[in-house]
Design a protein. Structure first.
Length: 201
């Protein structure tokens, strides 16, 4: 399993602090000033963060949800039931390291109760993943909704050792022109395709 480049950047910063407190004479011996060391660490940190894997880009553009014969009208409740019934298949498509925490995860925002459709955790990236399901075409307002949920998890649920929360919107249709101008790096937007089980496995 590859070591996170972000962790490497943090290690470089820690090493930098240790070097500054330990031995100014070592820097002098190498003819490296403190300001030069600052620049070297800054460059190394920036390079590590640029090479960091974008987790949202690993999510496929279409998630196939297995179903025998869909006899009900496809509402968000029905869509959620299908996803939960086949959660292992769905998580496998999302990528490595996903584990299921809860559906309809309740959060209190002020005096109002909100419910996250699905809350997952990714062991590989060490972060929570908020999933919102839409049985309709994607709307720009969906970004604001999922960002609210992601920020709540970051502030109220995750601990300091965990990375920032990621969001995934799974919707019926998307407008690529809208997506181009509102897409954010930590939010993946995918469509769903309800299909026979043998086409998924």
């Amino acid at each position: 399993m590859q070591e996170s480049n972000l962790d490497i950047a943090r290690m470089l910063k820690i090493l930098h602090t240790a070097m500054k407190t330990k031995a100014n004479q070592n820097l002098a011996e190498k003819n490296i000033t403190g300001s030069q060391m600052d620049i070297l660490v800054f460059i190394a940190s920036e390079e590590a963060e640029e090479k960091e894997i974008n987790q949202s880009e690993m999510v496929p553009s279409t998630i196939v949800i297995p179903s025998d014969k869909l006899k009900k009208e496809l509402t968000e409740k029905v869509l959620e039931e299908l996803v939960i019934k086949n959660i292992s298949v769905v998580m496998k498509q999302l990528g490595e390291g996903y584990s299921f925490i809860e559906s309809q995860y309740k959060i209190n925002v002020g005096n109002k109760k909100n419910y996250i459709d699905l809350l997952l955790f990714n062991i590989k990236f060490n972060n929570y993943v908020v999933i919102e399901l839409k049985a309709r075409e994607f709307r720009k307002e969906d970004i604001g909704q999922i960002k609210l949920y992601m920020n709540y998890i970051d502030k109220e649920v995750k601990n300091i050792t965990q990375n920032k929360t990621m969001g995934i919107i799974i919707t019926k249709e998307i407008n690529e022109f809208v997506i181009r101008y509102i897409k954010e790096d930590n939010i993946a937007i995918s469509t769903f395709d309800i299909n026979a089980l043998d086409e998924v496995t």
